[in-house]
Design a protein around this ligand. Sequence first.
Ligand code: FA5
Length: 351
Amino acid sequence: MDLNQALEQIGKAPTLEHLQALKVQYLGKNGQITQALKSLGQLPPEARRERGQELNTWKKALEEALQTREKELRQEALKAQLERETLDVSLPGYAFPAGGLHLTSLILGELVNLFRRLGFSVVEGPEVESEFFNFDALNMPEWHPARDMQDTFWVDLKPPFTLQGPLGETVNDLGGAVLRTHTSGMQIRYMIQHTPPFRIVVPGRVFRYEQTDASHEAMFYQLEGLVVGPNITMADLKGAIHELARGLFGKEGKARFQPTYFPFVEPGAQFAMWWPERGKWLELGGAGMVHPYLFRAVDDYRARQGLPRVYEGMTGWAFGMGVERLAILRYGIPDIRYFYQNRLSFLRQFR
Ligand code: FA5
């Protein structure tokens, strides 16, 4: 056996398995060194001692070499594993796109906050509405020509879907089901449920069977306002709308009222706001003093439900405005149809 060759083999063993095989080859039960040590007895005493010392030196040298190489191999394996499993913290992380509010939500939020500051509560109502709340109770019976101005999506409501009234009652017997054409139906619902005085605004989606164009969508948002109490006057309405104008357009903000007809107000008006950047008036919505017909219809409904009549002699005003129209004029958006096409390059401009 050549010691140097053996040491060299050990020093170059490429894996722990190879190393183990070499260990067995030299130092195992039947290994070369072990065998040689066993056969010492056959030598004459003089040679035996010399050979014995030599073999023990070899054995030690081999053991040391095996240990050293084992350490080296384990170190290399660990290093390789660490390299495989390192986390490179200098890599940029994944980018999570940040969401933003839709243009309509931004404008609605601004409007609602303005009214909150004036002491209004915010309420919402159902988008599928009964004909009674959307039309009849608002002084727009079936034959009324004003209904034609709000072409309607009628809904074929089948069980288990039912229409609920403001008191949780089923109202499937109050005419057909419609996608509400305006938020004014909430005037009736809220009045049935509450005793005046109160001030509310109602943001919400409305639907009309319209031929769409640059300023008309079939689905759009309105903000309804309703104030009811004793001795409420048209001056209060004008004051609130002027306040809104200043809130939206700053110190220069002012509003204009022109007489117009809505069956549920008397007198009725449409209002526009001064648009300082463009130096012109912008048409925003309808408004007026709550028509006495509504108070009667609400009290009648309440009486049928066993509630006291509380609207006799009451006064109030209401308004309803188009939310997208306001955004269009404020930001110079050329077409209302951009709002709900979900084109991000458009919507991102307003985050
Ligand atoms: C109404 O809907 C009444 N309910 C408003 C009202 C409430 C009057 C309370 C009096 C008292 P009108 O149909 O005009 O009215 O709609 C109100 C506003 O909604 C319009 O001024 C306009 O800004 C917006 N609007 C109407 N139709 C569309 C449409 N197709 N697309 C986008 N905006 C619209």
